[in-house]
Design a protein. Structure first.
Length: 317
């Protein structure tokens, strides 16, 4: 069965789903093109699984299948759902989707703004006015997006309360609080280790036989992790209490001007090519861990009004 990706096609699909009554519906994430059919299925009470394309492709490769067509992919997704039995995730509500769209646009605007500011610094006198005009335009758009984000949060009392609670954590501002509320909607509902893996700051082992590689972070929700990293870095630089409580990281950069408390070296995704391996042998309790994971898994102070899990997860970016 093939249907168009529009309301008429979704209606045909819902009619077919209603007659077949499958136990599970699996789709593949396709950069937002799947959003409409996901909302239509969710509204009909048939929330689908939105599978990671990397996971589904590796599943097909594990079966020795290299061909890729729409028909083959449909059959592969059905087999993936039947074998792996993934759990459908709740579809974000309208406010969450609106905030996610605004945050994505703001991220793009900030990236373009930095690029144009760098060009303006190096531009000749002939083209500098154009670069400065673009900088002014992007700055105004960023300001407008900040206003739209605040308005969207204020329009929903539940979201406003959640953002205010996160904003009360030292080192967390309104923007970071909004990113955490949108990017980690289940914040505080699981263990600290599960939250660390979801954020992408859990160190993954890299071992084989007697070889013991450095444990590096990876995966997770990178767009949330980048914002949290900036918040942690700013807090460590500017808040004496946090800076004094942060344990020294082995191999951290000794740079007085950096003022980052040794945050850069352990947070690197990959070690230097010729990094010493002695500190990473099995059984060594002093082997380094990514500093963000340590902050996430080490209790600081409990914020009033938060459950212990939520307080620890929020407090430890």
């Amino acid at each position: 069965m093939r249907v168009a990706n529009d309301p008429a096609g979704w209606a045909q699909l819902l009619a077919r789903v209603g007659s077949a009554d499958p136990p599970l519906i699996a789709l593949e994430a396709s950069g937002g093109y799947e959003a409409g059919v996901v909302l239509a299925l969710d509204a009909a009470g048939r929330t689908p699984v939105v599978a990671n394309p990397v996971a589904t492709r590796r599943f097909a490769q594990s079966l020795g299948r290299r061909a890729k067509t729409d028909r083959i992919d449909a059959a592969m997704l059905a087999e993936y759902a039947a074998r792996m039995r993934p759990t459908p995730r709740p579809v974000p509500n309208a406010t969450a989707r609106q905030l996610r769209a605004l945050l994505a646009r703001r991220e793009a605007v900030v990236r373009m703004l930095v690029e144009e500011q760098n060009r303006a610094q190096e531009a000749s006198a002939l083209v500098r006015p154009q670069a400065e005009a673009v900088v002014a335009l992007l700055t105004a758009q960023r300001r407008e997006l900040d206003h739209l984000l605040a308005s969207a949060v204020a329009s929903d009392p539940a979201w406003q309360a959640r953002v205010d609670l996160l904003d009360s954590v030292p080192g967390i501002g309104p923007l970071t609080a909004t990113v955490l509320a949108v990017g980690l909607p289940d914040l505080g509902q699981g263990s600290a280790k599960a939250q660390a893996a979801l954020l992408g700051v859990a160190p993954h082992p890299h071992e084989s036989g007697r070889s013991r590689g450095r444990r590096c972070i990876g995966g997770g929700r990178a767009w949330v992790r980048h914002v949290v990293y900036e918040a942690v870095l700013t807090t460590v630089r500017c808040e004496p209490t946090f800076r004094g409580a942060l344990p020294a990281a082995p191999g951290a950069r000794e740079d007085a001007q950096a003022g980052d408390g040794g945050l850069h070296a352990p947070a690197r995704r990959h070690p230097p090519r010729h990094a010493p391996r002695r500190a990473h042998l099995a059984g060594n309790p002093d082997r380094p861990r990514p500093i963000l994971a340590r902050c996430l898994l080490t209790p600081n102070t409990v914020t009033p009004g938060l459950s212990p899990d939520a307080a620890e997860t929020v407090k430890r970016p």
